[in-house]
Design a binder for this molecule. Structure first.
Ligand code: KMH
Ligand code: ZN
Length: 303
């Protein structure tokens, strides 16, 4: 029997971690592009991208900060590019949509509900911040709602269907699966739905194996064979949950957006290191890593 192909997504920088937390976090367009290309060479079929202002590393949705990243990646790799519509939790939806509106990517993230985004336990562990915006992020982080109303979601779906962009549906809890099923039942989404289930962020579902089982069973019940599953564990849960998901039939997501770590107390020196780690685990489970073109077929992307 042929081995199952597993899509590795690598989320290379995100908007949650800050440069003072790890000197390995990619910040400049060149660093973000190199990190994405390195991840692709290590086996990632998809790179999920945010951009940062190179002056101080703060998250940016300015297309001018994305353009050089996309050019460099496309010159060097056929990896699937997935652009964020989440941006950073403090941003409004207009700002968050700028890169997807401008670049019309094959794939983009779509967050399936509003939630508290509990950054502060993680931010509090870091005492020394080089930039004021990092300190402010810590001060504000108890009081932030990551807003994804039904109107916001519908607007992002509309934008995608106009551009041929498909989505990585980020589901941080069981209710987000119900929201996705609602849109699917209304005919506003088309399968295969790429469901990224996110575990271990305060404000969302926890990282317990029972949580993974519950999300899987609920997605099966609500979405049947209309969905393709992927698992993301935040922080130290990254590798254990990706491994558990893979053994249960999921695709996986790693990268410095989701975890700065390679092991206890050991910072990941690159995104590629995390991809190599999960790749070794997948191959030990007799699974094969999907190429970008295989991912395009599995997810029905426009290519
Ligand atoms: N930081 C991840 C858990 C987005 O970019 O739309 C969620 C994320 C959101 O990737
Ligand atoms: Zn993201």
């Amino acid at each position: 029997m042929a081995a199952r192909k597993v899509i590795i997504t690598c989320a290379v920088t995100g908007a949650i971690h800050t440069p003072s937390m790890s000197r390995f976090l990619p910040v400049s367009p060149q660093e973000i592009a190199e990190a994405a290309i390195g991840a692709a060479e290590a086996g990632a079929a998809v790179v999920h991208l945010h951009a940062r202002d190179p002056r101080d590393g703060r998250p940016s949705q300015d297309p001018a900060h994305f353009a050089p990243v996309l050019e460099a990646i496309k010159r060097n790799s056929d990896v699937v590019i997935n652009l964020t519509t989440g941006g950073a939790p403090h941003m409004g939806v207009d700002e968050r949509l700028r890169p997807v509106a401008e670049f019309k990517p094959e794939l983009a993230s779509l967050n399936m509900g509003s939630m508290n985004f509990g950054l502060f336990p993680m931010l509090e562990r870091f005492k020394e911040f080089e930039h004021d915006w990092e300190r402010q992020a810590l001060e504000n982080s108890r009081d932030i709602v990551f807003r994804n109303t039904f109107a916001d979601i519908e607007r992002i779906l509309d934008l995608g269907s106009g551009n041929g962009t498909r989505f990585e549906y980020e589901c941080y809890d069981v209710s987000h699966l119900y929201n996705l099923a609602h849109f699917h039942d209304r005919g506003l989404t088309q399968g295969p739905l790429f469901v990224q289930s996110v575990f271990g962020l305060l404000g969302g579902i926890g990282p317990h194996p029972e949580d993974v089982l519950h999300m899987r069973r609920t997605a099966d019940r609500l979405l049947g064979d209309a969905y393709t599953w992927s698992v993301l564990g935040a922080g130290r849960h990254q590798l254990p949950l990706a491994s558990m998901g893979a053994a249960m039939g999921s695709n996986v997501r790693v990268g410095l957006e989701d975890s700065l770590w390679l092991g206890p107390g050991r910072l990941a020196e690159s995104n590629a290191h995390q991809v190599e780690r999960i790749r070794t685990i997948l191959e030990s489970l007799s699974l094969e890593v999907a190429t970008p073109d295989e991912a395009r077929r599995l997810l029905a992307l426009k290519g």
